[in-house]
Design a protein around this ligand. Structure first.
Ligand code: PMP
Length: 396
């Protein structure tokens, strides 16, 4: 007999078998393409020593104190102008709320909109961590057909007409986790044309958009939003340091207000010290230059991974060639299981995440996600060679 009687929702929170398998990736000998970790050698440690000392010296009593739920005003101002410059939005600091990672926004947005059995429309596949956050509110997921250009607008419209309980659409239009794909300009426009006709909210999650190796950053979905339907999420995790746990939500009116009530109830506010530190870093240093250094390293690693995949993977295997972000997505022949291939890979000391977990309604077990940001070039080459060998063994 169970000792405790847990809430019903706890059925939706379980250790996944994949998480258990991937625990082995903590072994430094393992070449891990599994996580989504930034390259730690790029963290601006020397600069942060100076920043932290300065913050404590100049703002110590405020930076170590409780603060407002919405967040540190100078930081919100900087974020608003940065978003407007990069993503063609028209945001003011009053539209920006500092959050404890974007992960917190995913949780609180679902809390705001989702009752048991409500429908969340999403890309197919989509970000696993978002599903974990949403699961606590018992949604039903409808995966909307998504091709190389983004979510298919006709499929979206058809789903919105059919699903009377559709409440929200969750999308990652820039260098998606897990596929690395980016929506085209045309798709963004067409998507927003459909959205405009319905009383539905969009969660636009964009942790990776700035990490673009070439070409121009396309406008955000939020930039097409005339009715306040789109809530745009950004984060310092991938362009700065994830350990600070500082991210932001962009929204208007009622959604912004209700979000502040939920956030206040959840954690009062995000860490004041982290907010002062990031704000001071942006005053003292050039964040864009830092992002430029991250891009250079990831671009090189991505290129090396793709080149190794061309050489080592059998022709029946396809993969995306990302133009930014942290991930590439591999599709194996239909009859192969990425979970089985992972078991072989782990024996060879290489790891990845099987793709099936990114599809909320199951299936697609022949897919997998590879991360290239966290391994040095020589280990990427070696790891892909081992992956290629494992796939070939399973094809025999
Ligand atoms: N959304 C997506 C698509 C992500 O990939 C991640 C991080 N892996 C997050 C949200 C959460 O980021 P944060 O560190 O800001 O909580």
């Amino acid at each position: 007999m169970n000792k405790y009687i847990f809430a019903e929702r706890m059925k939706n929170f379980q250790a996944s078998d994949i998480a258990a398998i991937l625990k082995v990736t903590a072994d430094p000998e393992i070449i891990s393409f599994a996580g989504g970790l930034p390259a730690p050698e790029l963290f601006p440690i020397d600069e942060m020593k100076e920043v932290v000392a300065y913050v404590l010296e100049k703002h110590g009593t405020k930076a170590l104190q409780y603060s407002t739920t919405e967040g540190h005003v100078p930081l919100r101002e900087k974020i608003a102008s940065r978003m407007n410059r990069k993503y063609q939005t028209r945001l003011e600091s009053d539209n920006i709320m500092i959050t404890t990672g974007s992960q917190q926004s995913l949780d609180l947005l679902a809390k705001m909109f989702i009752d048991d059995g409500d429908v969340i429309l999403c890309e197919s596949p989509t970000y696993l961590g978002a599903l974990s956050a949403f699961n606590g509110y018992n949604p039903r997921y409808v995966e909307v057909e998504t091709d190389a250009d983004g979510m298919v607008p006709e499929a979206l419209e058809e789903a919105l007409k059919r699903e009377k309980r559709a409440k929200a659409v969750y999308v990652i239009p820039d260098f998606q986790n897990p596929t690395g794909k980016t929506w085209t300009f045309e798709r963004r426009r067409a998507f927003m044309e459909v959205i405009n006709r319905y009383n539905i909210v969009v969660f636009e999650d964009n942790p990776y958009g700035e990490l673009r190796f070439k070409g121009v950053v396309p406008p955000s979905l939020k930039s097409f939003d005339t009715k306040g339907q789109v809530v745009l999420l950004g984060t310092f995790s991938k362009i700065f340091c994830p350990g600070m746990r500082i991210a932001w939500l962009c929204a208007e009116g009622e959604i912004y207000e209700k979000f502040s009530y939920l956030k206040q109830a959840a954690d009062l506010h995000s860490p004041t010290l982290s907010q002062y530190e990031i704000d001071t870093y942006m005053e003292m240093y050039d964040l864009d230059a830092h992002v430029g250094r991250i891009i250079d390293v990831y671009k090189e690693r991505c290129g090396i991974m793709i080149e190794a995949m061309r050489a080592e993977l059998p022709p029946s295997v396809s993969y995306t060639v990302p133009e930014g972000g942290l991930f590439t997505w591999v599709v194996l022949p239909e009859n192969l299981s990425a979970r089985d291939v992972l078991m072989t890979c782990i024996e060879k000391k290489v790891a990845f995440v099987p793709g099936g977990a990114f599809f909320p309604n199951g299936g697609h077990e022949n897919t997998l996600r590879l991360n290239y940001s966290n391994m040095p070039p020589e280990r990427i080459v070696q790891g892909i060679k081992l992956l290629g060998n494992a796939i070939k063994e399973h094809l025999r």
